[in-house]
Design a protein. Structure first.
Length: 165
């Protein structure tokens, strides 16, 4: 006897819907059906998601402003050069650089085996990459990858300013 593929699910919103779970492995269907039962149906979920866009946009704007302020304070404290690129990419690049550099510091120095001399050398390399797009492209990288990523940066990613402050 084959494991059933269609499940009658009563969602947490109260709607009862038949779901075809044939695209899932047989041993995963019951667990997924149970998980679906704890969630609103698709229509209710979309309605709830779409109805609160103003509050979500306000929250996101406040969060971005807070992150931007932290990134600017960090850049000033550690004498990071201004980034170059299109106006609309600069703020995002600053936040991305700040987040990757602070994650790398935590991973490599605070939790890792690097000392401050190792970090100072890496910090100088961070200063040389001034293209905002490069930092945006690296936004999902692990902090431990930053040294290798900086070594792979090309001349197009580095600024033309004197790197020796």
């Amino acid at each position: 006897m084959a494991v059933r593929t269609e499940w009658q699910i009563t969602h947490s919103c109260g709607h009862e819907i038949t779901h075809d779970l044939s695209d899932r492995p047989a041993d995963k269907r019951a667990g997924f059906a149970r998980w679906l039962g704890g969630r609103d149906c698709t229509d209710c979920w979309k309605t709830a998601r779409d109805s609160n866009t103003v509050a979500k946009e306000e929250w996101l704007a406040a969060k971005r402003a807070e992150e931007q302020q932290a990134a600017l304070a960090w850049a000033e404290q550690f004498e990071m050069p201004a980034l170059e690129g299109p106006e609309r990419a600069l703020a995002w690049g600053q936040r991305s650089r700040f987040q990757l550099a602070t994650t790398a510091y935590t991973t490599l120095v605070t939790e890792g085996t690097w000392d401050e001399a190792d970090w100072s050398a890496l910090e100088e390399k961070i200063r040389t990459v001034t293209r905002a797009g490069w930092w945006i492209d690296q936004r999902d990288a692990d902090g431990t990858d930053l040294p290798e990523l900086l070594d792979a940066a090309t001349a197009d990613d580095r600024g033309t300013e004197n790197p020796f402050r």
